[in-house]
Design a protein around this ligand. Structure first.
Ligand code: NAP
Length: 494
């Protein structure tokens, strides 16, 4: 058999292994309307699967299942049982990492090695929270007057609604599902219709790991707004956690206001990547390759604006353009490919529009600057210099492989430029001066800082943003606190 035939067979096998139905109350079933939604391979535009299209009634059934499972005992379940389920699911994911990575590449497009990295990253939230599940604690103190006792306990928030994006099809789910299960919450998850398959596989794996029916429910739908709004407005929902664009997040916060819902919002970014003149330029270029090119630039943490000290700006731009210009573009399943397709035509058109806007306003193209002809939604890795302040890509999330570089003359100017955005997710700083590193880290208005490194994601760390990048944190002890309420009991001493 030829390698191509082997590859096609492997792809068919992983696709066949994915459940395509809704997962409600521990049962897999079709949507009530009987419709399906097509999932495409972004490298070819071909349909690779059809998943169930939930109606609003299906979504409400899923919420009903989450509600019943919570009151039916999950909220009082043994922490060790919750921990063991998460640990078994973590191990099952790692055992099947190759197949799950292939599935992710087929639906999302990123190169296999990157999918494999996301599988490990996504699974790490299940392992981390398996370890946290048995460490939930409270406080017992004496009233300051010595007259009574103060008991503080942590309890699960209750049934949650989760909405996740297409760019990290597994990890954006496990960052919510892991801590929610560990805390004793139940949930309805709606993955993006562009990439629902990884989440459906996660549900299957958790089911096989022993998660009781109704604790996790998954709905896939063509019309996310009409299917999810009734859940957000339903009094049985106690929490909404959303990862996606600021525009949609803002709308969901408005809907959540009706029930005064507990909300967590992981929204858009516009990360500055700041290189000071004392930095090791080669090290900064290595970091820039990760901060810019990971996930084909389609990451909320992607470096969106490069602010480089004038004395080293030309060297940094030349070296980055050499590296980005030499990257191999292609279908993520192919050997050696480093840049996969963008998710769809709309995203491709937006990236090109932002580049053409900058060029029309005076930016110079050092490499790329155009789409790749043919099937799929490919864009050439692009480096732009002399980018004028009014270019749209300095204000808008690019979400593609484009690096605009601007030179600065002083630390003050660099900080002002980095903070000149309504977003505040992450910033990257490159400097060898420890005092400057801490000074600038303090002044930068973001939830996270990558100091001399281009990657901040870690299951043990509180991931999240300030300003319009969001509310709340995912990962670390802060990540499980999002799923716990604090109750205080005042106790009479005698
Ligand atoms: P998006 O358009 O906001 O969609 C995100 C999710 O919301 C999808 O599941 C989408 O479903 C759903 N959705 C869209 N409109 C909705 C509505 N009216 N009501 C309920 N749900 C709705 O974002 P995206 O394009 O998928 O993802 C890219 C964005 O996510 C970027 O802005 C990126 O920065 C952000 N992001 C942030 C983080 C973070 O941690 N801060 C991480 C990753 C991504 P359908 O697509 O199926 O309609």
């Amino acid at each position: 058999m030829s390698t191509t035939t082997d590859q096609a067979a492997a792809e068919r096998a992983v696709l066949q292994g994915v459940p395509k139905q809704l997962y409600i109350a521990g049962r897999w079933r079709d949507g009530a309307g009987g419709d399906t939604v097509a999932v495409e391979d972004p490298a070819t535009g071909e349909t690779i699967a059809e998943v169930a299209d939930a109606t609003p009634g299906d979504a409400l059934s899923a919420l009903g299942a989450a509600h019943d499972a919570w009151y039916g005992g999950w909220r009082d379940s043994a922490p060790r049982d919750r921990s063991d389920i998460l640990r078994r699911a973590y191990e099952a994911i790692m055992d099947r990492a190759d197949d799950l990575a292939l599935l992710m590449t087929l639906e999302m497009g990123k190169p296999l090695a990157e999918s494999k990295a996301e599988i490990a990253y996504g699974a790490s939230f299940l392992r981390w929270y398996a370890e946290e599940a048995v460490r939930l604690d409270g406080r017992f103190t004496m009233h300051e007057a010595g007259t009574g006792r103060l008991l503080t306990m942590k309890q699960p928030v209750g049934p949650c609604v989760f909405i996740t994006p297409w760019n990290f099809p597994l990890a954006m789910g496990t960052r919510k599902v892991g801590p929610a299960i560990a805390a004793g919450c139940t949930m309805v998850v709606k993955p993006a219709k562009l990439t629902p398959l990884s989440m459906l596989m996660l549900a299957k794996i958790l089911e096989q790991a022993g998660l009781p029916g109704g604790v996790l429910n998954v709905v896939t739908a063509r019309s996310s707004g009409s299917v999810m709004e009734p859940l957000i407005r339903d009094p049985r929902t106690r929490k909404l956690s959303f990862t996606g664009s600021t525009e949609v997040g803002r709308r969901l916060i408005e809907q959540a206001a009706e029930q005064v819902l507990n909300v967590s919002m992981e929204l858009g970014g516009n990360a500055p990547f700041v290189v000071f003149e004392d930095a090791d330029v080669d090290d900064a270029v290595n970091g820039a390759m990760v901060a810019k090119m990971r996930n084909i630039g389609e990451a909320c943490t992607a470096a969106n604006r490069f602010h480089v000290a004038a004395p080293v700006a030309a060297e940094f731009a030349r070296k980055l353009a050499e590296r980005m210009g030499a990257m191999k573009i292609g279908r993520g399943t192919e050997e050696g490919v480093e840049v996969g397709p963008l998710i769809d035509d709309e995203q491709l058109a937006k990236v090109d529009e932002l580049v053409q806007d900058a060029v029309a306003k005076g930016a110079r193209v050092l490499c790329g600057g155009e789409r790749v002809d043919g099937a799929g939604h490919f864009y050439k890795p692009t480096v732009l210099v002399d980018v004028p302040g009014d270019a749209r890509l300095l204000r808008e999330e690019i979400f593609g492989p484009v690096a605009p570089i601007m030179a600065f003359d002083s630390e003050k100017e660099a900080i002002a430029a980095a903070n000149a955005t309504e977003f505040g997710l992450v910033a990257y700083l490159y400097t060898a001066d420890i005092k400057r590193a801490l000074r600038v880290s303090e002044r930068i208005e973001t939830g996270m800082v990558g100091l001399n490194q281009g990657l901040v994601s870690n299951a043990g760390a509180p991931f999240g943003g300030v300003k319009q990048s969001g509310i709340g944190r995912e990962g670390g002890p802060e990540g499980i606190a999002e799923y716990l309420e604090t109750k205080y009991v005042a106790i009479a001493a005698d």
